[in-house]
Design a protein around this ligand. Structure first.
Ligand code: CAP
Ligand code: MG
Length: 428
């Protein structure tokens, strides 16, 4: 029986350690439970996520210790921050569920640690390259949909669920006709009785073709293929075989293995909805940050990813959203006091999606804040327009045009009736 004194994890702290080029780095914010020091908790997090457990084991040996022991190489107890370097041999490359079971697993439930927030991650080249990364990237999307510079304009068919396939396809057509480049399903619409997947797809893709002919613009339909993986693959296959040009996945409810399976299978761009992210990233004291989710999504390979807007209805602070945008759209991010650095070694960028309470009046602010490499996506902000969906889409495009021309919305709305009415209803 263990003696009274609680066994302390073998100390994994080595503040002299300089991480190697292949070490995977994690940054955690750690809140020790009563009776445990910060250093002890940092060491326990390192141990429990790798080779350790609550007590020394007779079966441990020097070879394992040398090869697989992580090092806590930086600690800032004031900020309750620890940075841990994990030997890459600890992980099965190409297997994100296993990686998550290590650095995103048991450590969140240890009694000795009251709160643990996984803030950042440095993924090394060898691990990055064991996944496919985005198939299209921003350049590929712009080429595929012939949108040279401006932000993409998207909408979500609303109400979220309930429309039948014919009604759904009509709303999609009006959105495309009015100027949306993208129409997506909502995150909780897949293949319910009232709107079955194949029926919805066939009717809506017909409307896409009609809208493309009438507008002379390329249009995208992001049909939600989230399902049990065998079903998901059947649906993606159906979309590919019937003229589809995009798929949408709720990547967190689908799970990392499901996303890997879809990425390995499809030839189409993947739109990553992040429904459920706030379960893990909203409480700053416990969970995993949207930045880590975004890095993992880029590594596996999505083409567009919701990252928040800061001006909309959902949580997410401005500086956090900007940093995530850099992380998914840039070639690298630098190490700072707050963040670990990340090099992407040519892994294609992911186009950020600003969505959630978006409407024409806040378009200039979002473009100012997030730049032009963004999808401006409005559901209520299109279908809530007093003159209806087509007018709502027109108003969104007019707001984008005004912003690109650096004209005030007020001035631009003088010759744009739909924008004027949107401003009267929702303001700027
Ligand atoms: C937006 C939306 C998206 C949110 C998700 C919704 O609709 O379709 O799911 O954008 O949030 O269902 O709320 P509205 P986030 O335009 O009508 O708000 O983008 O932050 O992941
Ligand atoms: Mg939605």
């Amino acid at each position: 029986m263990a003696n009274k004194q609680a066994y302390k994890y073998k100390s994994f702290i080595d503040l002299k350690y300089k991480p190697s080029k292949t070490d995977v780095l994690c940054q955690y914010k750690i809140s020790p439970a009563r009776g445990f020091s910060f250093r002890e908790c940092a060491s326990m997090v390192a141990g429990e996520s790798s080779v350790g457990t609550w007590t020394e084991v007779e079966t441990m040996n020097a070879r394992i210790g040398k090869m697989l022991t992580p090092k806590v190489f930086e600690i800032d107890s004031k900020k309750r921050r620890a940075r841990i370097a994990y030997p890459i041999e600890l992980f099965e490359l190409g297997n994100l569920p296993e990686i998550m079971s290590s650095i995103g697993g048991n450590i969140f439930g240890m009694k000795s640690v009251k709160g643990l927030m996984w803030e950042d991650l440095t993924i090394r080249k060898k691990m990055l390259k064991s996944f496919k990364g985005p198939r299209f990237g921003i350049k590929g999307l712009r080429k595929k949909f012939k949108i040279k510079k401006r932000p993409f304009v998207g909408t979500i068919v609303k109400p979220k669920v309930g429309l039948q396939p014919g009604e759904h396809s009509k709303v999609a057509y009006e959105s495309w006709k009015g100027g949306c480049d993208i129409v997506k399903d909502d995150e909780n619409l897949t293949s319910q009785k009232f709107n079955e997947f194949k029926k919805r797809f066939l009717k809506t893709i017909k409307m896409l073709d009609k809208a493309e002919k009438e507008t002379g613009e390329r249009k995208a339909y992001l049909i939600n293929c989230t399902a049990e993986t065998k079903n998901m693959l059947k649906r993606i296959d159906f979309v590919e075989k019937n003229g589809g040009n995009y798929i949408m996945l709720d990547i967190l409810t689908l799970g990392w293995a499901g996303l890997q399976t879809a990425r390995d299978f499809t030839k189409l761009p993947i739109h990553a909805h992040r429904a459920g992210h706030a379960m893990v990233d909203r409480n700053p004291e416990h969970g995993m940050s949207m930045e880590v989710i975004a890095e993992l999504a880029r590594m596996v390979g999505v083409d567009t990813l919701h990252i928040g807007t800061a001006y909309g209805k959902m949580s997410g602070k401005k500086d956090e959203i900007l940093h995530i945008e850099q992380e998914i759209e840039g070639p690298f991010t630098k190490k700072t006091k707050e963040h670990l650095g990340q090099k992407w070694y040519g892994v294609k960028p992911v186009l950020g999606v600003a969505s959630g309470g978006v409407y024409p009046g806040i378009v200039p602010k979002i473009i100012n804040f997030m730049g032009k490499d963004v999808v401006l996506q409005a559901g209520g902000g299109v279908h809530g327009h007093p003159l209806g969906t087509e007018a709502g889409a027109r108003a969104m495009r007019q707001a984008v045009e005004a912003s690109i021309k650096r004209e005030s919305l007020k001035k631009y709305s003088k010759n744009s009736k739909e924008l004027k009415i949107a401003l009267e209803k929702w303001g700027e």
